[in-house]
Design a protein around this ligand. Structure first.
Ligand code: 5GP
Ligand code: ZN
Length: 113
């Protein structure tokens, strides 16, 4: 747990942020400033700064983040219409919060024809 890290605070339930899902390794909650009808963040409980800081030992965790995102997409009813899974990496990649997180983004209106 990193002092002053908002995602550590959320992951350890020290804020009023509602968790959509949690288990031993990760938490899931809605993005405060959604970029799409569905915008959910999948966040490891452990403070990892960015994708660049992952190690070999984190492979099961990364897999779990992705599989949980897939399950949340199904739960949100967007698994068939489709969605994006995004890791923003470092400042140049648009990362603003330096605690690893996976964005699940989707739910746009389907185009007809
Ligand atoms: P990044 O740009 O680091 O990949 O994404 C960080 C995301 O976290 C942004 O989409 C931003 O809206 C979201 N965010 C930042 N602070 C909070 C917060 O306090 N609560 C929630 N639910 N989302 C946040
Ligand atoms: Zn943190």
């Amino acid at each position: 747990m990193e002092t002053g890290c908002i995602f550590c605070d959320i992951a350890h339930e020290k804020t009023s942020t509602e968790l959509l899902y949690k288990n031993q390794h990760l938490v899931v909650f809605k993005d405060i400033k959604p970029h799409a009808p569905v915008h959910i963040l999948i966040v490891p409980k452990r403070h990892i700064r960015s994708v660049n800081d992952l190690t070999e030992a984190d492979q099961p965790l990364v897999s779990e983040l992705i599989m949980t995102a897939r399950d949340m997409a199904r739960q949100a009813g967007i698994h068939e219409s489709g969605y994006k899974l995004v890791f923003n990496v470092e400042h140049g990649g648009g990362q603003m919060i330096f605690h690893l997180h996976l964005h699940l983004i989707g739910g746009w209106v389907q185009q007809q024809g």
